[in-house]
Design a protein around this ligand. Structure first.
Ligand code: NAD
Length: 503
């Protein structure tokens, strides 16, 4: 059985066993077959201590390195990630289950953040105001925080960590990543690529683990900031616990993303995109469309095309180039999804397409659930109230666009949303009226480019800064403003004791 260890101080290191302490390991499954393929070391507080210590030592030099030196490493890292993109995608597919082309897309979106971070000299430029007062200038600049931690979910094992570490490291911080224990291997290849790019040992570290490792990071006085992406209950917990120890925190949570379809939309176009957004990556995306709101006369026609397209999605192992949708990450997650579909049907939803009990030939042990479309879903149903995080599209109905907007706004989540319409007026009303952070107009998964920032509202984000883009740079640095005078010294004038005002 392959063992996946931590990466601390520039090399792979064993778990707590190296110091004679109790070892803990977790299983890493192959979701397409249902077999265990590896075990991952689960860090104890001692491993976290070792990683934070290595990062603290590395920070001293890295934070003082020139912008040119940092940029060279980032460009080299960019080239290496690009060269290893297919390998990374394969690793992701094997542990997560998503199809390889989708995994390749996630690597590409992560790479774009690396490319953004290559521009760090420009991004860190401060302001300068000449002569704010007689003989006085004022300027600002930003400095790194120190050791910062990233705690990430299973669903994007390369991209979500890359929302964080390229920006944090470019800003001069040292980074400790605690990736999901369900698909830990991508982070190990990324660590190797950082080392090969010339990043000094200890600037990027990986500790694998569960709540034990997370709590040790949250409580560690040597960690200055925590970036988290995962489910809402854990995001809320991370925000509270890390804030309580004085850390800067951004904690991105779960989602229930609605797509509104108006009767004037091209329904075939909308259905194509809705099916892709609901069932791509088996619905295990924080920006997946899980609720469609059909407005007025759109409903019955939309249901007909959605049903047809959803029934034709090809489900199979992620490594099979013919598969459009892979398995669910674990058996436990699959059972939870099936349980929620059961509850939806019990509570009155109509299963237009039912993915329960799907068996993929040759992969009977795999964790598969087929695409599922539930019609006549209402807001009180569990299938609507819970984030399912699986291939389930709930269809609700509303009389008007304003009713649909009210429905979106009544939902506690506010990550992403989309409208399909031919009306600019309706789209504008929607973009201004929804309490959601990321909005698509005839675009179902409106993930901002790396040079914008990613983040939702309400229960989808705790803290104020979004990730990557300008917000990412602001999150991983703190500002100084300098007021400077280089006076012609007139020894005769002496000091003044009133409050300083511009003269
Ligand atoms: P999760 O919340 O279970 O786990 C996320 C991380 O927290 C993992 O590293 C995990 O080890 C750790 N963790 C889990 N339980 C913990 C606990 N009790 N105490 C401390 N740490 C704990 O999420 P997941 O299942 O890995 O990922 C799916 C979730 O992530 C979904 O809710 C999805 O919407 C969300 N997500 C959100 C975004 C976003 O940008 N808002 C992006 C991707 C995923």
């Amino acid at each position: 059985m392959r063992t996946i260890n931590h990466w601390i101080g520039g090399k792979a290191v064993g778990g707590t066993a190296t110091a004679g302490r109790t070892e803990r390991y977790g299983p890493v499954w192959n979701p397409a077959t249902g077999a265990q393929q590896a075990e991952v070391a689960l860090a104890g507080p001692e491993d976290v201590e070792e990683a934070v210590r290595a990062a603290t030592v590395a920070f001293a030099d890295w934070s003082q390195s020139s912008l040119s030196a940092r940029t060279k490493v980032l460009f080299a890292f960019r080239e290496l990630v690009n060269a290893h993109a297919d390998e990374l995608a394969g690793i992701i597919s094997d542990e997560h289950g998503k199809v390889v082309s989708d995994a390749r897309g996630e690597v590409q979106r992560g790479l774009e953040v690396v490319e953004f971070a290559c521009g760090i000299p420009h991004l860190l430029k401060g302001d300068y105001s000449d002569q704010v007062s007689g003989g006085v200038d004022m300027y600002s600049f930003r400095q790194p925080l120190g050791v910062v931690a990233g705690i990430t979910p299973f669903n994007f094992p390369a991209m979500v960590p890359m929302w964080m570490h390229p920006v944090a490291i470019a800003c001069g911080n040292a980074f400790v990543l605690k990736p999901s224990e369900r698909d830990p291997s991508a982070s190990m290849l990324v660590a190797e690529l950082w080392a090969r790019a010339g990043l000094p040992d200890g600037v990027f570290n990986v500790v694998h683990g569960d709540k034990v490792a997370v709590d040790a990071l949250l409580d560690h006085p040597g960690v200055a900031a925590v970036s988290f992406v995962g489910s809402t209950p854990i995001a809320r917990y991370i925000h509270q616990r890390a804030s309580a120890t004085g850390k800067r925190v951004q904690a991105l949570g779960g989602a229930k993303n609605h797509a509104i379809v108006l009767p004037d939309a091209d329904l075939d176009f909308a259905a194509d995109h809705l099916v892709a957004a609901a069932f791509g990556s088996a619905g295990e995306r924080c920006m997946a469309v899980s609720a469609t709101v059909a407005v007025g006369a759109a409903a019955d026609d939309l249901m007909a095309v959605l049903t047809d397209k959803a029934s034709r999605v090809r489900v199979g192992p992620g490594r099979n180039p013919d598969s459009e949708m892979g398995p669910i990450v674990t058996a436990q997650a699959r059972d939870r999804i099936v349980g929620l579909i059961d509850a939806g049907v019990r509570q009155g939803a109509r299963p237009a397409v039912d993915g329960r009990g799907l068996v993929v030939p040759g992969h009977s042990g795999g964790f598969f659930v087929g695409p599922t479309v539930l019609d006549r879903v209402t807001p009180h149903m569990d299938v609507y109230r819970e984030e399912i995080f699986g291939p389930v599209l709930s269809v609700l109905r509303a009389d008007t666009v304003d009713d649909a907007i009210s429905l979106v706004n009544a939902n506690p989540y506010g990550n992403g949303t989309a409208i399909f319409t031919g009306s600019g007026e309706a789209a504008r009303r929607f973009q201004r009226g929804v309490d959601v952070g990321m909005i698509g107009i005839n675009v179902p998964i409106p993930v901002p480019m790396a040079y914008y920032s990613f983040g939702g509202w309400k229960d989808s984000l705790f803290g104020d800064r979004h990730v990557h883009g300008a917000d990412g740079v602001a999150f991983y640095t703190r500002g100084k403003v300098v007021t400077a005078r280089w006076p012609h010294v007139d020894h005769a004038a002496g000091a003044s004791y009133h409050f300083p005002t511009a003269s």
